[in-house]
Ligand binder design. Structure first.
Ligand code: C2E
Ligand code: MG
Ligand code: MG
Ligand code: MG
Length: 282
């Protein structure tokens, strides 16, 4: 009985895997085609100062709408792009497009505005990465000090020596670095101290837990304190309601991003939203 169950389990598993692999291969081809056909685009989620609620920047978030009008979520296609190596090409496109958008935002009069771009491990470690970064800046005219790269915490903890060198190169261009999804990667704090980064992004999980109990807010509180002690900027991501915003503010978190303030927006909607925020302040 146990044996046949095991065998049955194994059969289902390998058949499931076959489907899984075929699906991944299919999606990889579709993604390559989608990139060529211009089906990828970026949405921009505003980032605000928690005390004043004024926007200071936006995060570029990749979107894929297939020819038949389906939206594929990034959590589904980015891992496939990473495994197939396609992320190198896609990531280069994202960087350039985000820099071009930064220039349009500046042309609309928003001069003190930072564009944040997610960068994958495979893309960041690619030998041509610095060249891609420099040419995105040069070709669009985007000022390096208004560009920020987001690397994930887990990525920041691998091969520390190589990473330290890469970060130094990025920093020499004037571009800044944030650690995304911070708190999820079990990083060693001594290691963090040796990394030349500018900002920590408190992962949404810890923001969600914040209203529950003192225990629920302890990780967010710790990251905010850690940022302060290390002289790093801190931003909370995934802020969905007013209570979360108020607790974060009370804990000393200076910056935030989330549905409470704005969803990821099209370029035009972002400019309109920014205009509306200015009117509100005036
Ligand atoms: P991330 O960089 O941590 O981005 C934050 C995610 O949280 C985004 O999901 C955003 O839409 C979502 N979000 C923002 N505010 C809220 C909120 O208040 N509540 C909730 N529930 N969610 C919120 P999205 O756009 O689906 O992106 C998912 C992930 O895909 C990103 O997580 C990032 O890791 C990756 N990604 C997105 N664009 C790119 C890209 O251009 N390159 C790379 N390498 N990765 C990207
Ligand atoms: Mg991010
Ligand atoms: Mg994040
Ligand atoms: Mg995330």
């Amino acid at each position: 009985r146990a044996k046949s169950q095991q065998r049955g389990g194994h059969f289902t598993f390998s058949r499931g895997m076959g489907v899984e692999i075929r699906e991944r291969v299919r999606m990889m081809h579709a993604l390559r085609g989608g990139l060529e056909r211009g089906e990828l685009f970026l949405a921009y989620q505003p980032q605000v100062d928690l005390a004043t609620r004024r926007p200071f920047g936006a995060e570029a978030l990749l979107r894929w709408r297939t020819a038949d009008g389906q939206h594929v979520p990034p959590d589904r296609f980015i891992p496939i792009a990473e495994h197939s190596g396609l992320i190198v090409e896609i990531g280069a496109w994202v960087l350039r497009e985000a820099c071009a958008e930064l220039m349009r935002i500046r042309a609309a009069g928003q001069l003190d505005f930072t564009m944040s771009v997610n960068v994958s491990q495979a893309q960041f470690r690619h030998p041509q990465f610095m060249e891609v970064l420099r040419s995105a800046l040069l070709d669009t005219g985007a000022p390096a000090r208004y560009l920020e790269l987001e690397i994930t915490e887990s990525m920041a903890m691998e091969e520390p020596q190589q990473l330290v060198e890469m970060l130094a190169q990025v920093k020499r261009t004037g571009v800044s670095i944030a650690i995304d999804d911070f708190g999820t990667g079990f990083s060693s704090l001594s290691h963090l101290q040796g990394l030349n980064v500018d900002r920590l992004k408190i992962d949404r999980t810890f923001v969600t837990e914040i209203t529950g109990s003192a225990r629920g807010s302890s990780i967010a509180a710790m990251v905010i304190q850690l940022g302060r002690n290390l002289g790093l900027s801190v931003i909370a991501e995934g802020v969905e309601d007013e209570r979360q915003a108020q607790i974060l503010h009370a804990l000393g978190c200076p910056l935030a991003q989330g549905y409470l303030f704005a969803r990821p927006l099209s370029p035009q909607a972002l400019l309109e939203w920014l205009g509306g925020q200015q009117d509100r302040a005036a």
